[in-house]
Design a protein around this ligand. Structure first.
Ligand code: FES
Length: 141
């Protein structure tokens, strides 16, 4: 299987398979991820994606995505802060809020809502699925 590097902004580099050839999810049929615009992207095995930091930055189709694990649930947001040029996955996760490392604005990782100034625009969310122990992300358009 071809492997591409996924840059992590949590202080390490994660390698993950480029794409899953096909994934089947509970409640539905097979979801082809080959070339569809709404493809599910395989990030890797859930147990190996996160360290104690519970945040991970990856790049999917040139989109920087921040993944945040809270109480065993994983949330995906655009990683670039809507206030400036900082990566949320470089921030500090406290409960369901990620604190931007540049100006300390807070974003709720469940909703993408900015909860404190200076963040006034919401952060785009992406879909997350876990199947067979693997973590997948589908980009919102
Ligand atoms: S860059 Fe994130 S709060 Fe300013």
């Amino acid at each position: 299987m071809k492997v591409i590097p996924i840059a992590s902004v949590c202080g390490r580099t994660v390698r993950a398979p480029e794409r899953a050839p096909e994934a089947t999810f509970a409640g539905g049929g097979a979801a082809s991820v080959a070339d569809a615009a709404d493809a599910w992207h395989l990030i890797g095995e859930v147990g190996q994606c996160f360290d104690s930091n519970d945040c991970l930055g990856v790049t999917i189709d040139a989109v920087k995505v921040g993944l945040f694990r809270v109480d065993g649930e994983i949330h995906a947001l655009d990683d670039v802060c809507t206030h400036g040029n900082a990566l949320l996955s470089d921030g500090f996760l406290d409960g369901h809020e990620i604190e931007c490392p540049l100006h300390a604005g807070l974003v709720d990782v469940r909703t993408g809502k900015g909860t404190t100034a200076p963040i006034v625009r919401d952060t785009r969310r992406h879909e997350v699925r876990i199947d067979g122990g693997n973590l997948y992300v589908r980009l919102s358009r």
